[in-house]
Ligand binder design. Structure first.
Ligand code: AMP
Length: 287
């Protein structure tokens, strides 16, 4: 595995003219790797000749008072895990390397960013799209891999790539969970022991909501999920919503897919999770 820290090195190594027809699969991350990230790598390895992973805690997607400083980091460990998983190139730029200049141009996501995390984290998805456009231009991947764990992010990225003719195919990868159902997340280490024992309640609330689909109205399902989380955890519900997926508009009966999504704030960290399901055959698509 080659570790690269500058744009120039990356472009030199991965230039389309030097690829000899080999395909590139790209896995963008913020590091502190876990099995969720590694499942993206194994899918990328299956589909491509070369796998590129980036590790960059992107300041542009954190708002004031959010956990940019407290976001867990361990580059040594990440390098060992990425190498073991078969990553060929690991790109670990500094913030200065990624954002040497700022001419003030902004990329603004549309309606899909007005709900869920976009509503509670203003500007978050602007920062996500900004870093991804830069990374896509630098890596020029054939395929890029994203987890369903961040389903809203994935939906917005799919729209971005489609509407702006970006030259990468977006591949969805299912959520990887702990044995107790908690979605794997780098942020899980910032839970206290008690919070960690309560946190699987988020997924249980989503499953509880899932069982009500087709029987109860979306607002009743949302209310039931809030009640469930409030009873099972000491966390504060940021949102619990049922929407159509991937357009993220209000759920309506004829939608073929819907998302049940929650965000819960614990003392030091905020966790998100979701279930995407078809209303037609009642099977979950997120696992
Ligand atoms: P992050 O480092 O949190 O920005 O995540 C990098 C990528 O890994 C994103 O595409 C996430 O959706 C994906 N990811 C994070 N957690 C999981 C998980 N538990 N299962 C599958 N993919 C995940």
């Amino acid at each position: 595995m080659e570790v690269i820290t500058t744009r120039n090195e990356l472009i030199t190594h991965l230039d389309r003219n030097n690829r000899n027809g080999r395909s590139i699969g790209f896995v963008p991350t913020m590091g502190f790797l876990h099995e969720g990230h590694l499942s993206l790598v194994s899918k990328a390895k299956e589909d491509n000749d070369i796998v590129v992973m980036s590790i960059f805690v992107n300041p542009a997607q954190f708002g004031p008072g959010e956990d940019y400083e407290a976001y867990p980091r361990d580059l040594e460990r990440d390098m060992a895990l990425a190498k073991e998983a078969g990553v060929d190139f690991l790109f670990t730029p500094s913030a200065m390397e990624m954002y040497p200049t700022d001419g003030g141009i902004r990329i603004l996501p549309g309606r899909q960013a007005e709900v869920l995390c976009g509503a509670s984290r203003p500007g978050h998805f602007d920062g996500v799209l900004k870093v991804l456009l830069k990374l896509f231009n630098m890596v020029d991947p054939d395929r890029s891999y994203f987890g369903m764990k961040d389903a809203q992010q994935l939906a917005i990225i799919e729209t971005f790539v489609r509407d702006f003719n970006l030259r990468t195919e977006i591949v969805r990868v299912p959520t990887v969970r702990e044995s107790d159902g908690l979605a794997k997340s780098s942020r899980n280490v910032n839970l206290s022991a008690i919070e960690r024992s309560e946190a699987p309640g988020i997924y249980k609330a989503l499953q509880h909501g899932q069982r009500m689909v087709g029987i109860a109205a979306p607002h009743e399902i949302e209310k039931a999920m809030v009640e469930f989380i409030t009873q099972e955890t000491s966390g504060k519900v940021d949102y619990a919503n049922v929407l159509s997926y991937p357009n993220l508009s209000e759920a309506i009966d004829e939608d073929s897919e819907i998302i049940l999504a929650c965000a819960v704030k614990f003392s030091k960290t905020r966790l998100i999770d979701n279930i995407i399901m078809s209303t037609k055959d009642d099977t979950s698509c997120s696992e």
